[in-house]
Structures are given as structure tokens and as C-alpha cells.
Design a protein around this ligand. Structure first.
Ligand SMILES: NC(=O)c1ccc[n+]([C@@H]2O[C@H](COP(=O)([O-])OP(=O)(O)OC[C@H]3O[C@@H](n4cnc5c(N)ncnc54)[C@H](OP(=O)(O)O)[C@@H]3O)[C@@H](O)[C@H]2O)c1
Length: 306
């Protein structure tokens, strides 16, 4: 009896594996693709740019500080796989003026062609107890973490829909899956990205455009080091219960999920479990995402039929 149950389970998993390509999007081909990475001059964004470059993509890096951009460009160029590859640098504040962001995206498209993948990674974290945080901190974090992702996405989406292809990645955070002590300003700005991503995915899926939301854990970057200088004790203690990831590892997973068209991108077993527990009614684009959301199988079946 037990043997029969085990055999049925194996057969079921094999069946899921076989039908997987029928419901999953076609992977994006990175060789020759134009990938725009906001926040690409440092930390996770820079590693995402390197990962895509290593796979043959053309890169546009977007950030404010020109020196840091040029330094990152040199570092990324060391990983070229052919002599045609280009790294373009654009200095702009993605959170301030939509027309400025739209303009620079237009310039990038004129130079390197339509954007195949946009990675919204520019962002920052500031922590503190709710009553200790300046009101301007809430405005600043919504501006950079939320609007700084809305503007570049808004600037590329029409062309992606026209071409019936593309990927848009939002880099949220595990603090965008659950609220944590000290993160009243940061968590809300990262939760906002999920609402944006879910609604946008529903709109663009018929155009073969796929959205990914990444939820990185604490990651060893210049931004993380800076944030640690002002973290309240309680936030630091919570943070110390998990290990700090390497940005290269986080970047690899994000690029893999975006290429596959997965809606959810989490890192490691902690990240997987957190995503399972907080999946809500998130879109399902692969068998694995369906299995992760096993508490609501009916939704999975509906998506498979779509
Ligand atoms: N590190 C972590 O532990 C962690 C965990 C979860 C999520 N995240 C998220 O991952 C993303 C990257 O974090 P990171 O730690 O790699 O940060 P980082 O090392 O500080 O890099 C941030 C990047 O964003 C750019 N940037 C910041 N504000 C900008 C603006 N207004 N306009 C354009 N570019 C801007 C920065 O360049 P300029 O300053 O020159 O503009 C830099 O290139 C952020 O969204 C962060 O919230 C990080």
C-alpha cells in the first residue's frame, strides 16, 4: 500500500514536470538582450548587471553618482563574453521627475535597442522606531523605493507590450513580505511594490510580458553596511537571527527567476518558506510556484487552465 502511494506520488511529480513547459513562459534569451538595471552601480544591482553581462546581455546602468557608475562599468566589462557587448551609464535620479526618467530610457533604447529586461533595484533602507523617524523619511523611502520603480517601468512597458516580450523585475525585500520592528517606513515602501507587481502582471501577461518580485534577505552590500550604522537594537537582534547573503548569490537567483518569468523570487530555504507563507493570491507562472502555494490549489488549477 505504502509502495503504491509512493509510486503514485512519484508519477504525479513526473507528470507535473512534463506539463510544466506548457504553462511556463518561454525563457528570455539573454545573449544580445538589452537589460536596464537601476541601482546598477553598487551592491545587488551591480551583481545583477554582471550576471546578465556574463550571459551575453547589453547593459544600461542607471544611478546618480557618475564616478560610481564609471567604476561599476569597468568592473562589469571585465566579464564580457564577446567584443560587441556594451555597458552604457546613465546618471539620473529615478525617483524625482518622470519625464526625465522617460527621456533617459528613450536615449538608452536609441543606443542599445528596446529594453528586454528592466530591473528596478535602486533603493535604500532607513530604520528607526515609528515615532523617532522623521516624516520626511516616509516620503523619501516611498519616493525612491516605490516611485523610483514605477517611473522606469512606466517608461518601458508600452514598448514591451508592443513587442509582445519583456521582463520587469521589482527588487523588494523580505521586509516587503512581513513587517518588522524598526521598518515602518521601509517595509511599507517594499510592500507597495508587491501590489504594483501583482496588478501589473495581470495587465501585461496577455502581451507575453512577465513581472518578477524579488525578496532578498539581508545581503552584504554598501547599502546594508550603511543601514547597519543606524539600526535600532531590536532590529539588529532580529536581523542577526539569520545569516547575511552574498550579493552574487542573490543576483544569480533574481536573474534566473526573471529569465524564467517566475513571479516570485526568493533566496534560500528561509526565503522559500517565507514566500510560501505569505503568497496570498500572487500570480502563478510555473509548476514550482504552484507547489509553493499548495494551501490554495484551486487558484493554481485556475491559472493552469488560463
Ligand atoms: N542589501 C540588503 O540587505 C537588501 C535586502 C533586501 C532588499 N534590498 C534592496 O535591494 C536594492 C539594492 O540594495 P543594495 O543593498 O545593493 O544597495 P546599495 O549598495 O546602496 O546600492 C543602491 C544603488 O541604488 C542607486 N540609487 C539609490 N538611490 C537612487 C536614486 N534616487 N536614483 C537612482 N539610483 C539610485 C545607488 O547609486 P547612487 O547612490 O549613485 O544613485 C546604487 O547604485 C534596494 O532596493 C534595497 O532596498 C537590499
Amino acid at each position: 500500500m505504502l509502495l503504491l502511494a509512493a509510486a503514485s506520488l512519484v508519477a504525479f511529480v513526473l507528470l507535473l514536470y512534463m506539463v510544466s513547459p506548457l504553462i511556463s513562459p518561454k525563457p528570455l534569451a539573454l545573449p544580445g538582450a538589452h537589460v536596464v538595471v537601476t541601482g546598477g552601480s553598487s551592491g545587488i544591482g551591480k551583481c545583477i548587471a554582471i550576471e546578465c553581462y556574463k550571459q551575453g546581455a547589453f547593459i544600461t546602468l542607471v544611478a546618480r553618482n557618475e564616478d560610481k557608475l564609471l567604476q561599476a562599468k569597468k568592473e562589469i566589462e571585465k566579464h564580457s563574453i564577446n567584443d560587441k557587448q556594451v555597458v552604457l551609464c546613465i546618471s539620473v535620479d529615478v525617483s524625482q521627475d518622470y519625464s526625465q526618467v522617460e527621456n533617459v530610457i528613450k536615449q538608452a533604447q536609441e543606443k542599445l535597442g528596446p529594453v528586454d529586461m528592466l530591473v528596478n533595484c535602486a533603493g535604500m533602507s532607513l530604520s528607526g522606531k515609528f515615532e523617532d523617524l522623521e516624516v520626511s523619511t516616509f516620503e523619501r523611502l516611498m519616493s525612491i523605493n516605490y516611485l523610483g520603480s514605477v517611473y522606469p517601468s512606466r517608461a518601458v512597458i508600452a514598448t514591451m507590450k508592443e513587442r509582445r516580450m519583456g521582463r520587469v523585475v521589482f527588487v523588494s525585500s523580505q521586509a516587503g513580505q512581513l513587517g518588522l520592528f524598526g521598518y515602518t517606513a521601509y517595509s511599507s515602501s517594499k510592500f507597495a511594490l508587491r501590489g504594483l507587481a501583482e496588478a501589473l502582471q495581470m495587465e501585461v501577461k496577455p502581451y507575453n510580458v512577465y513581472v518578477t518580485v524579488a525578496y532578498p534577505p539581508d545581503t552584504d552590500t554598501p547599502g546594508f553596511a550603511k543601514e547597519n550604522q543606524t539600526k535600532p537594537l531590536e532590529t539588529r537582534l532580529i536581523s542577526e537571527t539569520t545569516s547575511v547573503c552574498k550579493p552574487e548569490q542573490v543576483a544569480k537567483q533574481i536573474v534566473k527567476d526573471a529569465v524564467q518569468g517566475n513571479f516570485n523570487s526568493s533566496i534560500g530555504s528561509d526565503g522559500y518558506m517565507l514566500s510560501s507563507l505569505t503568497c496570498g493570491m500572487a500570480p502563478v507562472t510555473s509548476i514550482m510556484e504552484g507547489l509553493q502555494q499548495i494551501p490554495r490549489p484551486s487558484r493554481f488549477v485556475v491559472t493552469a487552465v488560463e
